[in-house]
Ligand binder design. Structure first.
Ligand code: ADP
Ligand code: MG
Length: 627
């Protein structure tokens, strides 16, 4: 069997995604490799396919115990003899897995780092072991965003299998982290298979936060009946936001680490099994979530770094279909992150500098009127647009800037506007907060303003016509570009012009400013989320799609696995468009392999030919011959 044949027979795919073939070949030829592919890039297949070719045992180290059972279920759907060993396993399952392993029947074994470090597995498996894959390999690096001490000790284990090829896989790695992964896992002249980080199916939007609940609601309303995650900063933010969304008639559940374990388990299970569409959560929600048809991720507060943003927003659209990522930015969120970081005492200078750099970067991402796809790609050291992809200039067609929802001011107008904002801050002399400077520029005189005579300043009301949202956003934009800064004095953040800002006022330097298009104007232009089928260039039969989805859920519930293990949305979309009538035709749908055809083909064909999902699943409500 060639890799292509295995891909077609076992998974039902007709071509490799970028770098999958190279990774498989490296593994088969015994070479170490580093695989960096974005979420949804198909990393699992890189190590599962060698196992499918019957060469021996593939050991997969993964920190995500909560996901392992689902990964095992998915591997079994491709016909692999897969098992997992970790501390959460019930004793009898553990016994069975160990027996199969000892009998040499296992193709893929998932294990947690803790379990592996116990050390007792080694003897039994060394003869059959052909590959050790380390998933989520960024966890080995201090520079990454999820350092795990146990990962550091993996090298000890790897050392004991000098003959075995190693494969390290991760989705988010800056060049710095890539180096660290290679060094920590002692990869030997590894093939470096670095995919482009861009997620072309995601639409990125970043707006100044004006009305958190209203803005979140606007996104949710664009996605009726679809899965979405709303991230907020603190537990209190989560509860408040969930309550207010519920008050606005949106059914959702709250999730954060402070809620009882059984509540959290239920929310997670309901979400993955598609009984629940919307979760409002802290970042505690997500590491173990593999629902592939999450159609939107909203950050109601600013995340802590661009890496975090990439990881968290990346949970949208793993199935490759269009999805939307929205970030609502306020400079006050950055201050809150500083506060949280210092909660346990003063930071070491090095940590402090790293934190400030991260906050500056995410702030810049959120407010700079520059193509968001480009900003993200460049952050991860990749050119945008990706080489060989013919797109002109910055028009990705999939972010608020390129969709003209955020307008970029022409250079001269940007400079003029920046000078106005800066002169307001300059006149306030670094003794006031952002609110005061905004009021000054808006020409709004309160008691204090009058008392200190600021209402008589030349700059008073200078930007009255622009509207508060724009003025606030400009202040933020000038902060992230280093023309303004906030300095804390007795816990109170004061706004101050920097030397670069003063220079800009003299006409030295360049500045970019954007302005959110007013909602009314935006509404006309905003493309709806593209219809599901358009990603495949096919017309979609939404009604049939929903029926297929219902059948999938019934089957998944019967088997006790998440729906995506049965079929991904993309396979259902293709079925709903092509409407295959025979098993052979169904096999032609991407994602339908021989085993899945055998197990589920008949039921899906019934729904395509007009039966109800309940009848097709053999649950009654059907015509007599079905029951
Ligand atoms: P990652 O771990 O990189 O986030 P996964 O391994 O979970 O990605 O794969 C993401 C999705 O892509 C899965 O649904 C998988 O079945 C699908 N996939 C993998 N390889 C291919 C391929 N060659 N063609 C089409 N779909 C693929
Ligand atoms: Mg993965």
């Amino acid at each position: 069997m060639t890799p292509e044949e295995a891909l077609r027979k076992r998974w039902g795919y007709d071509s490799f995604k970028p770098f999958q073939r190279e990774a498989v070949e490296a593994a088969l030829s015994g070479r170490d490799c580093l695989v960096v592919l974005p979420t949804g890039g198909g990393k699992s297949l890189c190590y599962q396919l060698p196992a499918a070719m019957g060469q021996g045992l593939v050991l997969v180290v993964s920190p995500l115990i909560a996901l392992m059972d689902d990964q095992v279920a998915a591997a079994r759907e491709a016909g692999l003899a897969a098992d997992a060993l970790h501390s959460n396993l019930e004793a009898d399952h553990r016994g069975e897995a160990a027996r199969r392993l000892a009998a040499g029947k296992t193709d893929v074994l998932y294990v947690s780092p803790e379990r592996l470090l116990v050390g007792d597995l080694m003897e039994g498996i060394s003869a059959r072991l052909v590959l050790i894959a380390v998933d989520e390999a960024h966890c080995v690096s201090h520079w990454g965003h999820e350092f795990r001490p146990e990962y550091r000790r993996l090298a000890e284990v790897l050392e004991r299998f000098p003959e075995t090829a190693r494969m390290a896989l991760t989705a988010t790695a800056t060049p710095e982290v890539q180096e660290d992964v290679c060094a920590q896992l002692a990869l030997r002249e590894p093939a470096r298979l670095i995919g482009h980080p861009d997620r072309a199916n995601l639409i990125y939007r970043a707006f100044p936060r004006r009305d958190q609940v209203g803005q979140v609601r606007e996104v949710v309303r664009r996605h009726p009946g679809e899965g979405g995650i709303v991230y907020a900063q603190t537990r209190r933010d989560v509860e408040r936001l969930a309550a207010r969304l519920a008050g606005a008639g949106i059914s959702c559940a709250a999730y954060h680490a402070g809620l009882p374990a059984d509540h959290r388990r239920r929310v997670q299970a309901d979400f993955v099994n598609e009984r629940l569409d919307i979760v409002v959560a802290t970042v505690a929600f997500g590491m173990g979530i593999d629902r592939s048809n999450v159609r939107y991720v909203v950050h109601a507060n600013t995340p802590r770094s661009v890496e975090h943003y990439q990881q968290e927003s990346g949970r949208a659209g793993r199935d490759g279909l269009p999805a939307e990522c929205v970030l609502l930015f306020a400079a006050s969120d950055l201050a809150a992150h500083r506060g949280l970081a210092r909660k346990d005492g003063v930071l070491a200078p090095e940590r402090q500098r790293a934190l400030e750099r991260q906050l500056r970067q995410i702030g810049r991402y959120a407010v700079a009127p520059v193509c968001r796809h480009r900003l993200l790609a460049e952050h991860f050291g990749a050119p945008y647009p990706p080489e060989g992809v013919g797109r002109d200039g910055e028009v990705c067609g999939a972010c608020d800037v390129c969709l003209d929802e955020t307008k970029r001011l022409a250079a001269e107008e940007a400079l003029l506007t920046a000078k106005k904002v800066l002169s307001g801050a300059w006149r306030a002399d670094g003794r006031f907060g952002t609110g005061h400077v905004v009021n000054l520029l808006m020409g709004r005189a309160d008691e204090r303003m009058k008392r200190i005579g600021h209402d008589a300043l030349e700059v008073f009301g200078l930007l009255k016509e622009s509207g508060e949202t724009a003025v606030r956003s400009w202040v933020d934009q000038l902060i992230v570009q280093g023309f303004l800064e906030t300095v804390e004095e007795r816990e109170y953040p004061l706004l101050r012009i920097t030397d670069a800002g003063k220079a800009l006022c003299r006409g030295e330097g360049t500045v970019r400013l954007g302005v959110p298009a007013p909602p009314a104007e935006r509404a006309k232009k905003r493309p709806k989320t593209p219809a599901r089928g358009t990603a495949l260039g096919l017309p979609a039969d939404e009604e049939l799609f929903e029926c297929l989805r219902r059948l999938r859920r019934l089957i998944a519930e019967g088997l006790g696995v998440p729906p995506y293990v049965v079929f991904h949305d993309s396979a259902l979309v293709e079925m709903a468009a092509v409407k295959p009538r025979t098993p052979e035709a169904l096999l032609g749908v991407r994602g339908v392999g021989e085993r899945k055809l055998e197990r589920y083909g008949a039921a899906f064909l019934k729904v395509i030919s007009g039966r109800t999902p309940e009848a097709a699943a053999g649950l009654g409500e059907g015509t007599p011959e079905d029951s």
